[in-house]
Design a protein around this ligand. Sequence first.
Ligand SMILES: Cc1cc2nc3c(=O)[nH]c(=O)nc-3n(C[C@H](O)[C@H](O)[C@H](O)COP(=O)(O)O)c2cc1C
Ligand SMILES: [Fe+2]
Ligand SMILES: [Fe+2]
Length: 398
Amino acid sequence: MYNIRKITDDLFYIGANDRRITRFENQHPVPNGMSYNSYLLLDEKTVLLDTVDKAVGELFLENLHVALNGRELDTMIIQHMEPDHCALIPRILELYPRVKVVGNQKTFGMIQQFFGLDLAERAMVIKEGDTLNTGAHTLRFLMAPMVHWPEVMVTYDETSKRLFTADAFGAFGAVNGNLYADEYNVDFDLLPEARRYYTNIVGKYGRQVLALLEKIAKLEVEMILPLHGPILRQDLHYYIEKYSKWASYTPEEKGIVIAYGSIYGNTEKAAELLAAKLADRGEKNIVVYDVSAWHPSYILSECFRFDRLVFACSTYNTEIFPSMEMLLLELKGHNMQNRAVAVIENGSWAPQSGKKMRELLGQMKDMRVLESEISIKSAMTTADAEALDALVELIVAA
Ligand SMILES: Cc1cc2nc3c(=O)[nH]c(=O)nc-3n(C[C@H](O)[C@H](O)[C@H](O)COP(=O)(O)O)c2cc1C
Ligand SMILES: [Fe+2]
Ligand SMILES: [Fe+2]
């Protein structure tokens, strides 16, 4: 049975949810599933904006067939060639042999790579600023390279002031019936997964996201239609503001992330004590994460959110405790920068984790490591607790 959502008289949502997926990109846990959005514009010409992941391909094809209601599919716009959106391209070409495919030079290179297809005269190769008139609507294409992949572009409907943004403004999590973000409790039910999606999937490419935001600022936009998660039609400023913070590696607000890796619980005690002392000093927004219990995608997302970060961990075979090392490598890989950072190490015979954590932090841009050497030898002493007091002052002042 099809499941089509009407956005306006001539625009339909024909995407679908995958609630069985456990890890997006076979990497990030998605406990609330994932939506793969696709849009169909029924103008004088019929226009499909992106296909979906193969997991929801059958429902998508049925939705498309029913929504077309006997009409031909004239145009398919490919904004992004990652398989979570492009998987159904070959099926569309088979089922709708007259469809013209709109993409940029890079799009068609990737269609060739993924599917071995040369679209020849079916390809409509566009570049920055080109437009396509579909009858009542004029669509303008804007390149958004590396807002996730090099071939990414977004589509601005000049007539209805709607912006189709590909992965930008997307979120982890299925669309729960409500198609619009304003129908959710945004701060609790959307923002955390939108942040985790952005920071983990696109977070590395802040500069390129800022370039896209500059282009968007010149447009009059009333609706943002991403390829994952709900559609935005209210408070667009709120989301754009979040994006400009994330993209410029600016903390959203004051707060402290304490991430710890501990084998027997001694480093954990230090982390808990530090959190309590910071709270007693009046700090708010303190979040504590056991790096072994949480997938790094969650902690990375919190590091984008807050301004001060503490990493505490045991030494493990002369190295950083593995799940802490993984977290730090993820932070480095996502260009995490511009934060005040503190390090606490532990070791029973030759503590090394502090030095090695500092080395990794030193490879990141503008990570200001606080002048504090807390090196616990197995279990915390009174002297260590006093050193924590001194660290609290440095963190408060940072
Ligand atoms: C597999 C393994 C390797 C370890 N390697 C080191 C090491 O190279 N140097 C060191 O000083 N301590 C080493 N330790 C000891 C732990 O670092 C130390 O006992 C721990 O930091 C205590 O803190 P915790 O209770 O938070 O785990 C190792 C422990 C284990 C289990
Ligand atoms: Fe993508
Ligand atoms: Fe995507």
